[in-house]
Design a protein around this ligand. Structure first.
Ligand SMILES: Cc1cc2nc3c(=O)[nH]c(=O)nc-3n(C[C@H](O)[C@H](O)[C@H](O)COP(=O)(O)OP(=O)(O)OC[C@H]3O[C@@H](n4cnc5c(N)ncnc54)[C@H](O)[C@@H]3O)c2cc1C
Length: 402
């Protein structure tokens, strides 16, 4: 084991970002991770049939500002979703495409009866005004739900587009998160691409880990307790260092609080011989909650990146929150939307009870408590950018003291 200046507990995105930042300043860190692999909540599992399944549907916005500090996007071989969404209205799928990215869809999106002329003008105004939001911190006191209403969007457009679209991102149908974070995301959506790495989301942390020498990782080792300059492993071994960064969520250690402290999602993966005939292609498909259905959104992920399907169609279907939606109900709903029997077969279901932290809208980027530095998305924003940013800020805080 290396003798490190700093111990980092957790090899999720925030821990990796902290380690890389310290390393660039000549400060060595030992990263202790409970699991056998790096990545934390950014995880991809390959099934025995060869399907790539992200543990919870997850996308990368190529314009997240923190990415340029830690990854070479070209090496991730990003595969892009279409820009916009298909929205189910209980009868048909309505295309709401970004006309700049898909001029061929101008007719259908322009005449989509989801939005009024005023809604269209407001989308433009929102995109223009969001260009000034360079950071996802602070999140903003006004909730996104209140902001959308006050901004003047019609109730129909909020319920048929904004709420289902943002429920998939925030994993919260109430859209409680502050409006500044929403505007920051709008800037990222409008200036970058919604994508997945060709070989699954896990490629992101794997690429970051390659920047750190292998001997700086201690995998498969759970930290049982810690102080400002030491950790004690579950094995009883004590390791000392000058500083400690906890790059995990301390609320995770309280299993009974999951419902209060985290937002949940379940993602089912299906294959089916008729899936490629649906026309869903690379679109995200939204199912508004107003319709009273179980599923929230889905996409034919094998259309976006063929590697996910390994030559076979693979559908990723998400149910947000604690809703109890059986696999057979999800299948029935998908057949209804497709207006055909898709002959679906379940590949795997991933339930993620602690997917995103429920956070206050006054985050500080990271936090020092009794000499221990905490970082991770709980202290920043519930996103890949937030986790990377938090790890970087925690490391920079330590570097100031050197
Ligand atoms: C289903 C899902 C969908 C998401 N969708 C998106 C999306 O589309 N876009 C987006 O930007 N973000 C999304 N996110 C959020 C993003 O993935 C997270 O914000 C980010 O990965 C959090 O990183 P982290 O380092 O803060 O925490 P984590 O990834 O949780 O890392 C913490 C690490 O610490 C380790 N650990 C914990 N306790 C100990 C211990 N005692 N000893 C040793 N190790 C320990 C854990 O094993 C873990 O590896 C999604 C997240 C999920 C789960």
């Amino acid at each position: 084991m290396i003798k490190a200046d700093c111990i980092i507990v957790g090899a999720g995105l925030s821990g990796l970002a902290a380690s890389i930042t310290l390393q660039r300043a000549g400060v060595t860190s030992l990263i202790i991770e409970a699991e056998a692999v790096v990545g934390g909540r950014v995880k991809t599992i390959k099934t025995p049939q060869g399907f790539l399944t992200d543990v919870g549907f997850q996308v990368l916005l190529s314009s997240y500002p923190e990415l340029e500090n830690f990854v070479q996007l070209s090496a991730l071989n990003l595969k892009k979703f279409n820009s916009g969404a298909l929205v189910f209205d209980d009868q048909n799928l309505k295309l709401l495409a970004n006309p700049l990215a898909h001029p061929e869809a101008l007719f259908s999106s322009f005449y989509a009866d989801l939005m009024t002329t005023k809604d269209r003008a407001l989308v433009l105004k929102l995109i223009l005004s969001s260009q000034f939001h360079r950071s996802d911190d602070p999140l903003g006191q006004k909730s996104t739900a209140t902001f959308l209403k006050d901004f003047g969007f019609s109730e129909n457009f909020i319920e048929l587009f904004w709420r289902p679209f943002l429920t998939g991102i925030f994993l919260d149908s109430e859209l409680e998160i502050g409006e500044q974070f929403f505007k920051f995301l709008m800037r990222c959506f409008s200036t970058g691409k919604v994508s997945v790495p060709e070989n699954g989301m896990v490629e992101l942390p794997l690429q970051m880990a390659k920047l750190i020498p292998q001997e700086n990782f201690l995998l498969n080792q759970k930290v049982k307790s810690y102080g400002s300059d030491y950790v004690i492993l579950a094995t009883g071994e004590k390791i000392n260092a000058k500083r400690l960064i906890c790059a995990f969520d301390p609320e995770n250690a309280q299993p009974n609080l999951a419902e209060n402290n985290f937002r949940m999602v379940t993602t089912h993966y299906f294959t089916g011989e008729n899936l490629n005939e649906t026309g869903w292609g690379k679109w995200l498909v939204l199912v508004p909650r107003r319709l009273g259905m179980g599923i929230d959104h889905f996409c034919l992920i094998s259309s976006v990146s063929e590697k996910y399907g390994n030559g076979t169609p693979l559908l990723s279907v998400s149910v947000v929150g604690q809703k109890n939606v059986s696999v057979s109900k999800a299948m029935q709903e998908l057949n209804k939307i497709a207006k055909r029997d898709l002959k679906l077969e379940l590949v795997v279901s991933h339930s993620v009870p602690k997917a995103l932290p429920r956070i206050s809208n006054t985050t500080t980027g990271f936090k020092e408590i009794d000499g221990v530095i905490f970082c991770g998305d709980r202290w920043s924003s519930p996103s890949i950018n937030g986790a990377l940013r938090s790890g970087r800020l925690a490391a920079e805080f330590i570097l100031k003291d050197q």
